[in-house]
Design a protein around this ligand. Structure first.
Ligand code: ZN
Length: 474
């Protein structure tokens, strides 16, 4: 029995020790060192340089601001805040508006034995349609593991602060890491990240990231996030501190997503001819990264075009489909496509679709002369009356009535000569006719309201499909 017991112990304990050893060894190999007595952080305000030469490196220039200045303001606020924490030594690559090569920034970081290099930027896009915040890191090794771990902490603070996350990402170029400062940082063995706080060239972001207070606020927020990552405390020096390393060292290169979203489709759920607003549902999948925006347009467009789009909507994290609205533009004559972007700015358009016949006004009842918004020139003295009240009523059968249309018909009935556009060509002589016309028009309007109320209350339940409408009421 004893021998048997020993055998059991040995068969259990020996493999257990081997396992523990293996886990310990693999962690030693895989997890970068992350306990510190003192951490050296270099903050790099992007771009910079006055005068003719420097003008070429101002960064994004929109809405009357230059990115180099905004980067510096955020970086100054960041350093001022971060310097109040214990266990940290903080440096800046530039404190003035001076030109600086990327390699010089990295060389400086190397010279002070930087543990991390953090480059401060604001964004812009070619067609001024993207918005949100993103952070780039190296795609390789320990620089990836440390960079992503820090970046994810910063991003979570940004999102808490109301940012739209475009993600923590790598970007591959011909030489490895696409961004020079990240590539050179890695060559120097310094985990380097680029913080793109938001877009200066689109109103929705500029409203949040467009003032000096906002730029300082972002700097303080960055400092708070960095301190959180390293577990350091304001005014307190601890024996040692430990970074929140959450990401293991990858075995190979961590690629960016090179493929667009998949299975993109769209349905039109409702269309209101009076307001020209249609409601749609778009579905898509993205196995490699995350869906980011969706949008509808009246035509299929190349990547370098942006005609016909509304502001892109944010795709809810993890959602299988999203519902949106789109106002059909002037000159619409056929098809729509939906476009879905992933967070690497790759997009897929759907096949063109059209408004289903069931949502269009019925031909038989449509008053083709009654075009909302068509100005009518009926002034007896030749002055144009352009402030015609735009009253549009839709009855239960789908017919549309407007005051203008009714008036045009009434003028015809009163013997006025009215051409196709509703313009009275004989002008001056018809005050009497006009008064009759207005009386008749108002009578028709009252009749139309009565008809609309009666018909809609009678037919609403029968005509409307609860399954389609209810989806939007929820
Ligand atoms: Zn920049």
């Amino acid at each position: 029995m004893k021998a048997h017991g020993k055998a059991i112990k040995r068969t259990v304990i020996v493999p257990m020790l081997i396992c523990i050893g293996a886990v310990f060894m693999s962690c030693m190999l895989a997890c970068p060192a992350h306990a510190y007595e003192n951490i050296v952080i270099v903050i790099d305000p992007g771009h910079g340089g006055p005068g003719m030469e420097g003008e070429t490196d101002s960064g994004a220039r929109y809405n009357g601001v230059m990115e180099k200045d905004v980067d510096l303001i955020t970086a100054m606020a960041l350093v001022e805040e971060l310097s109040q924490y214990g266990n940290l030594t903080v440096y800046m690559t530039r404190t003035e508006d001076v030109h600086m090569e990327l390699q010089d920034r990295v060389d400086f970081a190397k010279s002070v034995n930087a543990d991390y290099l953090i480059s401060i930027h604001y964004n812009a896009s070619v067609h001024h349609r993207f918005y949100g915040s993103e952070i780039f890191t190296s795609a390789f090794g320990e620089e990836y593991a440390k960079g992503v771990s820090l970046a994810q902490t910063i991003m979570s603070w940004w999102v808490e602060d109301g940012a739209v996350s475009k993600g923590v990402k790598t970007r591959i170029g011909k030489k490895g890491d696409y961004y020079g400062i990240i590539r050179m940082g890695r060559e120097a063995g310094i985990p380097t990240i680029i913080l793109e706080h938001g877009y200066l060239d689109i109103d929705s972001d500029f409203a949040k990231y467009g003032t000096e207070d906002a730029w300082r606020h972002m700097g303080v927020l960055d400092a708070t996030a960095i301190a959180d990552y390293f577990g350091v405390k304001k005014g307190v020096v601890q024996a040692n501190v430990e970074a929140k390393l959450t990401v293991p060292v990858p075995t190979g290169r961590v690629d960016d997503d090179q493929t667009p979203p998949e299975n993109v489709s769209v349905t039109i759920d409702h269309y209101d001819p009076a307001t020209r607003v249609l409601k749609y549902t778009v579905s898509a999948t993205e196995p490699d990264s995350a869906l980011l925006y969706y949008d509808l347009n009246t035509q299929t467009l190349a990547e370098d075009e942006d005609n016909g789009f509304m502001k892109m909507s944010v795709w809810e994290n993890g959602a299988e489909s999203m519902q949106g609205t789109y106002t059909v533009p002037d000159g619409y004559n056929g098809a729509f496509v939906a476009r879905v972007y992933n967070n690497y700015e790759k997009f897929t358009d759907t096949e063109p679709i059209t408004i289903p016949a069931e949502f269009l006004p019925k031909e038989d009842n449509a008053d083709t002369d009654a075009v909302p918004g068509d100005p009518s020139h009926i002034g007896g003295d030749g002055t144009a009356i352009t402030s015609m009240p735009q009253v549009t009523l839709q009855d239960g059968s789908g017919a549309t009535w407007t005051l203008e249309g009714a008036l045009a018909e009434a003028k015809g009935a009163a013997g006025l000569i009215v051409d196709h556009d509703g313009i009275n060509e004989t002008g001056k002589k018809h005050y009497a006719g006009m008064i009759i016309a207005i009386v008749v028009a108002v009578s028709m309007l009252v009749a139309a309201i009565a008809m609309a109320v009666v018909t809609s209350s009678r037919s609403k339940r029968k005509r409307r499909r609860p399954d389609r409408y209810d989806r939007y009421i929820k």
